[in-house]
Design a protein around this ligand. Structure first.
Ligand code: NAD
Ligand code: UDP
Ligand code: UDP
Length: 321
């Protein structure tokens, strides 16, 4: 696939996924404006890009208007880990909703294409399995996950209304659990938690009975799909599921991490958080057809790369850095 040089805005660009996306866009010859308020993102994630003349970093909160000139907007700004998005739930909803309005307003003014990083959480605790894009979901409007789930659902609504009302060039991808290097060691999501716990020889914290399932996509596969999506013809809006259809129970994940790290850590059980989805697996038929894409990195391979990243990180400095 060939890409031409564009001025790309990546909101949430100093975060886990955003930093990988910035890097890949630069590799493809694009200019990148990385906008982040550093709520969960870190300067160290993009430090290696700062010397690149085509890279610019701006500290900014997307809930406030932003006036810049760009051709492409990748809207990733939003904490993604339950621990972080529940820390200040009102701000989480504002980030998704006000952030979407501001970025859509920007796209409208400058005539940019805009891609929304939506989520499998729009399906809630799904009663249809695996989840196709046509499924409308099973979401609690008033629970502790609702700030994220409903914020992201409203953002999708805004994207499609800007398309209908203002003929905006929109792209919506629904991202399923993605993992890899540059997740924050205290991020709270399951892969980083288990890997860091195993490497430190601490107890592995399985919530509930560990029979709940997730499908884990390695970050490089995910970024490739996002970049392909942005370059699709104008009539391709999505929403399109992006994820790895390999489905594992949380207990299986814990066992794999222990085996791959050779850790002596023990598995312990903690209470299952409220509204924790029981099962999740993407139906990626559309991504295969429309993007000619499917994941190439198996869980064990991706876990090895992730373990190696955290191993180096923990050797350098305390996990809080
Ligand atoms: P992350 O927390 O590492 O990154 C989010 C980034 O957004 C951080 O750099 C954070 O500082 C920034 N941010 C948060 N609020 C902001 C605001 N108001 N203004 C500007 N910047 C702000 O998480 P991630 O995993 O990289 O997720 C990136 C995006 O992808 C999010 O929108 C998330 O909802 C979506 N997503 C991720 C996954 C996944 O498994 N990683 C799954 C589904 C959806
Ligand atoms: N906006 C922005 N940058 C721009 C243009 C607009 O941040 O370059 C924001 C601004 O806050 C505005 C919102 O996007 O309120 C929605 O813009 P739109 O033009 O859709 O509607 P408006 O609110 O201006 O009527
Ligand atoms: N989980 C767990 N131990 C942890 C962190 C998470 O058992 O230390 C479980 C969590 O309850 C959920 C799954 O792992 O069932 C995935 O959680 P994560 O926060 O990574 O993402 P989610 O898909 O729930 O948004």
């Amino acid at each position: 696939m060939s890409y031409f040089s564009a001025r790309c805005l990546v909101t949430g660009g100093a975060g886990f996924l955003g930093s990988h996306l910035c890097e890949r866009l630069l590799d493809h010859g694009h200019e990148v404006l990385c906008v982040d308020n550093f709520f969960t993102g870190r300067r160290t994630n993009i430090e290696h890009l700062l010397d690149n003349k085509r890279f610019e970093l701006m500290r900014h909160d997307v809930t406030f208007p932003l006036y810049v000139e760009v051709d492409r907007i990748y809207n990733l700004a939003c904490p993604a880990s339950p621990v972080h998005y529940q820390h200040d739930p009102v701000q989480t909803t504002k980030t998704s909703v006000h952030g979407a309005i501001n970025m859509l307003g920007l796209a409208r003014r400058v005539g940019a294409k805009i891609l929304q990083a939506s989520t499998s959480e729009v399906y809630g605790d799904p009663s249809v399995h695996p989840q196709p894009e046509e499924y409308w979901g099973n979401v609690n409007t008033i629970g502790i996950r609702s700030c994220y789930d409903e914020g992201k659902r409203c953002a999708e609504t805004l994207f499609f209304d800007y398309r209908r009302q203002h003929d905006l060039a929109i792209k919506v991808v629904r991202i399923f659990n993605t993992y890899g290097p540059r997740m924050h060691p205290n991020d709270g999501r399951v892969v980083s938690n288990f890997v860091v716990q195993a490497l430190k020889g601490e107890d592995i914290t399985v919530f509930g009975d560990g029979e709940q399932t997730r499908s884990f996509c390695y970050v490089d596969d995910l970024v490739e799909a996002i970049m392909r999506m942005m370059e699709t013809p104008a009539d391709v809006t999505g929403p399109i599921n992006i994820g790895n259809p390999g489905e594992f129970s949380i207990l299986e994940l814990a066992e794999k991490v222990i085996a791959l790290t050779g850790s002596n850590s023990k598995i312990i059980r903690l209470p299952l958080p409220q509204d924790d989805p029981k099962q999740r697996r993407p139906d990626i038929t559309k991504a295969k057809q429309i993007l000619d894409w499917e994941p190439t990195i198996r869980l064990e391979e991706g876990l090895k790369k992730t373990i190696s990243y955290f191993d180096n990180l923990l050797a350098q400095k305390p996990a809080t850095a």
